[in-house]
Structures are given as C-alpha cells and as structure tokens.
Design a binder for this molecule. Structure first.
Ligand code: V0D
Length: 256
C-alpha cells in the first residue's frame, strides 16, 4: 500500500511524523523547488526530452509525500517559466498538457492526502483545456487543510513584481493611498505569493547555481540548496538531506 494514500492534516501530520524531530531541528514552513534536469536525464538515456518531462512529472509525488510527512506547510514547485515559451513548439505543447496528465493520475491521491493545490503565474495564457483541469483541481482541493502544493506555472518573478507595482500605482491614482504609504509589506501583498509567506529553503537540482527569475523578491533571506542530481533522480532521501542541511544552517536575516 502506497504511503501516498494516507490521509494527513495539519493536526495529525505532527503526530504521524517522526522525521521532523530528528536533530530537534526547525522544519521550514515553505520549501520551493526548481525541478531542473529533465531534458538532460532523457538525453543521457537516448530518449526524447519529453520523456524526461514525463519522468519529472511522476517524480513530484515522492517529494509531496515527504513534504507532507515533515509537516511542511507550503511546497512551491517551478513547473513552467515565462522563458519556457522560447522552447520548440512541440516541446511546449507537450509541457502544457502535463498538468492534465498529472491531475488525472494524482488528484485522487492528493485529495486523500488532504493536499491543497494552488498556482502562481499567468494561468490565463495557458490552453483552455489545461486551464480547465487546473481550475477543477484548485476548486476540488480548496477546503483541504494539509500541505499547500503551490505550482508556479507561466511564472516569472520580474513579471510578478511589475504586476504588483502596477496595482500599487492604480491604488495611488484611485486615491486609496499616497506614494509615501508604499512599503515592502504593500508590494508583498500584491505578489502572487501574498498568502504563502517567503520560502525558507529553495532547492535547485541539476547543478545550475542560479535562481532564474524564480521568487526573486521572496528569496531575500531564503537558504539556497543545490545538487547535481537531475530532477527525475531526486527522491525522498535527497529531500530529507536538504531539510537536514537547512536545519544545520544559522539564519540571521541580516543581523549578527
Ligand atoms: C515539466 C518537471 C506537473 C518540470 C515536472 C505546464 C517541468 C513536470 C505539472 C502541473 C510539468 C501543473 C499544474 C497543475 C498540476 C500539475 C506540470 C508543467 C510542467 C508545465 F495543476 N508537472 N509539470 N506543469 N513538468
């Protein structure tokens, strides 16, 4: 029987999880992952790049399961960036069908696990069938109280900041507040992540040491954790390692 089927919620997650007590460490509230290396994983095996994306999609459940066991509140995964539109058309077409595929396979398990699905990014620009599938999943899981699986899709951090600034400007024009009222909290409140909090830990697989337009504002004090392992090979054990490394770091938020 798959662990993935166990019902979890905020209350019993603590009791069922022994993991989070290891090292007496703090559990990060919010972990974000850049799931890089799917194309390379496929090429290494002489497979088409899309086979790597499919494998990468199937891999998400392992990390969701682990995040749930740890009692992590928010897991943000970077599925499609605004820059990904530059890829070949057939690859984009395949990628934009993955949410449908993913939800068809895993939505029942996510429901059983009490996982709540949310998205950040410009979902409106996606194909109608993809949008419909995502909306159904968000609606169906909206009252779930366990892990928030926040999927960044057609997301770009600079775009998100521009969006926030435009909203604030409109507020000034409308007389809702003055220029002097603008502060960090206000900008934050207009970001897509307003209700999620900043990521405590950002993981990037596949050896690239960059943020690549992912959560730039929100990453101001995030711990960054990199591995050479390609996303389809990243498993629960690796995720645990990242959490334990996080627990050993001292976070200072600019203080001493
Ligand atoms: C490809 C590796 C899940 C990275 C993971 C549209 C890139 C597999 C989703 C997904 C993608 C999106 C929305 C949703 C449920 C699942 C997904 C895309 C790519 C791009 F509500 N995996 N995944 N979306 N990949």
């Amino acid at each position: 029987m798959d662990l993935f089927k166990l019902p979890f919620n905020k209350k019993n997650r603590k009791a069922e999880s022994s993991l989070q007590h290891k090292d007496q460490g703090r559990i990060p509230n919010h972990v974000a992952i850049i799931m890089d290396g799917n194309g390379r994983w496929a090429q290494k095996r002489g497979l088409p790049r899309v086979a790597g994306h499919k494998e990468g999609m199937d891999n998400i459940k392992k990390v969701v399961r682990k995040a749930n066991q740890f009692g992590i509140e928010v897991l943000t995964i970077y599925a499609f960036s605004t820059e990904n539109w530059k890829r070949p058309t057939d690859e984009i077409e395949y990628l934009l069908k993955l949410p449908i595929d993913f939800l068809q396979h895993y939505l029942p398990e996510l429901m059983d696990r009490n996982v709540k699905i949310q998205t950040i990014g410009e979902v409106n620009a996606l194909p109608q069938r993809t949008k419909d599938a995502i909306k159904r999943a968000v609606d169906q899981t909206t009252h779930n109280t366990g892990l928030v699986l926040n999927i960044a899709i057609n997301y770009g951090s600079r775009h998100e900041m521009i969006h926030s600034v435009k909203q604030i400007c409109q507020g000034v024009i409308d007389g809702a507040y003055s220029v002097d009222d603008i502060n960090e909290d206000m900008l934050n409140d207009y970001l897509f992540t307003a209700d999620l909090g900043d990521p405590d830990l950002i993981i990037r697989t596949s050896g690239e040491l960059r943020l690549s337009n992912f959560l730039l504002w929100q990453a101001a004090y995030s711990e960054l954790w990199f591995t050479d392992i390609l996303w389809p090979d990243f498993d629960g054990e690796q995720f645990e390692k990242a959490i334990y490394d996080f627990q050993r770091r001292k976070r200072r938020y600019g203080g001493v």
